[in-house]
Design a protein around this ligand. Structure first.
Ligand code: ZN
Length: 254
């Protein structure tokens, strides 16, 4: 990757066009890096995941060796500091439908992994899950996207399974209406904080390999109606799993 391209990627990150998304469709000021320099991509057909790497030179990393998501299996014990702490408070968030996912842009919350602090930029949701566990997916997966001062990202993944009750923290944004809401991302966290962690990439173009992934082992629950609401908007917005290659997947128990 050239330094120019890397810089452009970082600028794009700064404008919150990462994660799963084109710039905001309403063209607000956060979308100063417009999509005129990027190519359209999708989850099927000619512009689908199999072809992302060849759609644009900007997307070359999609053919890389450290891609996400992966199948979570055969994890090893941590040999280095893999400590995780979150500091989530109730803040306001702006809901957008990026065209690829429903997303909430927010600020002010932090995650600390291995002593490095990352600020929460946005969260969004995929149906079905992108990561799988020993080959099985979940109905949905929430991604909380955080960025450190050095531009590296930490994404916290939380699986969602179907349950009897609607999840209160999913209300108000999964419909994808353009609105502002009060939200505490900590309410997505499962009770038991055991997790898988590995080094990977964005799961959407440009697939930059700059992500510390932390995927919670225990799922949270959403109602059938909530999952149907999500699928009605973006059914199948999940990249297939990628090879682990020469990487270590670590499991940190409760
Ligand atoms: Zn995502």
């Amino acid at each position: 990757m050239s330094s120019v391209r890397l810089l452009c990627g970082m600028l794009a990150l700064a404008f919150l066009v990462v994660g799963c998304d084109d710039p905001n469709p309403d063209g607000d000021t956060e979308s100063a890096e417009s999509d005129t320099s990027t190519s359209a991509w999708s989850y099927e057909g000619q512009t689908g995941p199999e072809n992302w790497a060849s759609l644009s030179s900007e997307y070359a990393a999609c053919g890389g060796e450290q891609q996400s998501p992966i199948d979570l299996a055969d994890a090893s014990e941590p040999t280095e500091d893999a400590s995780l702490t979150t500091s989530y408070t109730t803040a306001s968030g702006d809901v957008v439908d990026t065209g690829h996912a429903i997303q909430v842009n927010t600020t002010g919350d932090t995650l600390t992994y291995d002593g490095t602090s990352y600020e929460l930029l946005q969260f969004h949701i995929h149906t079905p899950s992108e990561h799988t566990v020993e080959g099985d997916d979940y109905p949905a997966e929430i991604h909380l996207v955080h960025q450190a001062g050095n531009q590296q990202l930490a994404v916290l993944g939380i699986f969602v399974e179907e349950g009897e009750e609607a999840h209160p923290a999913l209300e108000g944004w999964i419909q994808g209406r353009d609105t502002t809401l009060s939200v505490n991302p900590g309410r997505f966290l499962p009770d038991q904080q055991s997790y898988y962690t590995y080094e990977g990439s964005l799961t959407t173009p440009p697939c930059s390999e700059i992500v510390r992934w932390v995927v919670m082992d225990q799922p949270i629950q959403a109602s059938e109606g909530q999952l149907e609401t999500l699928r009605a908007k973006h059914d199948g917005n999940a990249r297939p799993v990628q090879p682990l290659n020469d990487r270590q997947l670590v499991y940190v128990g409760p």
